[in-house]
Design a protein around this ligand. Sequence first.
Ligand code: ZN
Length: 647
Amino acid sequence: MRYVFHVVLGLAASSMLCASAWAAPAEQSLSQRVVAYQIEARLDAGKKTLDATETLTYRNLTGRPLDTFPFHLYLNAFQPTSTFMREVRLYGTRGTGPEAGWDPKRFGSITVKSFKVAGGADLTGQMEFIQPDDHNPDDRTVFQVHLPKPVPPGGDVQFEISFHDQLPEVMERTGYKRDFFMVGQWFPKVGVWWHEAWNCHQFHATTEFFADFGTFDVKVTVPQNYVLGATGDQVASVSNPDGTKTVTYHAEDIHDFSWTADPHYRLIEDSWTGSAGTVKIHLLMSPENLKQAGRYLQSVKGTLDRFDRWYGPYPYDRITVVDPPHGAGAAGGMEYPTLITGGTTWWDPDGLRAAEDVTVHEFGHQYWYGMVATNEFEEAWLDEGINSYTEVKIMDSLYGKDRSLLALWGLTADDADLQRVSYISLPDTDPLTRYAYQFMSTAAYGGITYGKTATVLLTLDGIIGEETLQRALHTYFMRYRFTHPTGEDFLKTLEEVSGRDLRWYFNQAVYGTNILDYEILSLSSDRVDWYQKKLAPPKPGQTLYRDTVVVHRKGDFLFPVTVEIKFDNGEKIREHWDGRDRWVRYSYEKKTEVVSAEIDPDHQVWLDRDWFNNSRTAKPNSQASRKIDAYWMVVTQFLAQLAAWLV
Ligand SMILES: [Zn+2]
């Protein structure tokens, strides 16, 4: 997910689909298909409601009998007393929730009208809402049912569910705006049996999603004039006598399904061919932004290419890119399997690459959220954070290092700068590994999950090498795609591929909240003959000095430090310090004076919280360097503003 920069700047269908739940034997499929969803939904475009039936076939691969099943009901988050709203009020929102007074347009709900086991009991009356995370009795985003008879290991069970959705005016990436619909998190979704327990968290202000892989067969009925986009391949479209049409989609080896509808969309089709074949690109443009279509297409193709070459193949045959209309920016910057939403405006200047950045970011989620599919409730850094790092690499590759994000009005900035600025605003409130809904605030969640993780990995480039880190990400993706790995799986892969013990780094950067900050405390040149009664005037190259540089560790993060010391005869010395003590002094006797000292002269330690204290000159700053400082102040403030909009 990413927030878009410019914002501030009842069909009640009864028949079941007859398609077989598992189109291919599980051995041949990309994922272990635990679930098969068949959903038929009818949109009431006027009332902003959906009526639907869902058949969920669940395969019990847990190795034990299962008699309890929890389900997510995400749309119930959009109610005044939900846990989601409580957290928005307490900790802030990612930018689209109601912080001010309650507006009834924000109301959203999902009501399960009936819940049955196929060929068995009607369990509607036995559904109970549960609140495993915070015990808020008013939160209705998770329910569970107990089956009269357990599902044996290796067996399967079919649930028949009918439900009614009230969509909110678009917020948190779902809902409507006028006649635009972004329908996400809209159906009862079963939890994940993971690490010997059900994992089915409530919907929180900062959390995203976690679900099992499987197949989806979805029929959507909408007014005939609507243009649709969805996860999956369109396999049929029929016109109905009542002025509606029913469009059928099929998708495999994915863990969620969303769709969008708007009568004004302009569909632009393109394609890209990579190592796994041709990928159809469906771009749904809002007409007012049409002139930006090329920017979306160019960036999505560039991103497909880099991911394919660097991290692994894109195995699906399509990607849908949605450009939300004016006023529906809250639907922008979101990822679903094979469908992403972007965000732009008709006036977007070419030098501010917001449309490109959001496209690169959301497409990246196809890999880390879509296929690797880590637990976003508990380990959000593995998706948003790794994705923010790969976003930097791809933006640099597509648009040039140091200017990938901004090259406008004489200002340039890199996506890496944006990640770092986002991190340094709140660098030490929480470790990366904090559960997403337990961060100190929404701002802390954003700065750490996205910005700090990217900065930790950018700094790791300097430790193990950028090319090694790219190979490690390739190994991680190929080994763990479709398997729900953990943070330790990722960290062990980094150690294995680099052949290095990196625990000293992970303990501080990943599991710790340590601050990395080294400074040049002082530098001086003292004449060795200072005690002479009549001191001769200094002679270049002849007068002997005791040159001294003191480097200080300000933070509690221990990190090896390189210091470059320059002398006035042009000589340079590089010193390497293990950085463990509080300070170190370098002294030399030389016939030259020290001019300057700089920590991290190759600019590899992105985690260093303050770059301004990394260098010091013997004489006061020249006008030129003051100018550079002023320039960086402007760019940094600009990036801080962007970062504030980011999450
Ligand atoms: Zn994201």
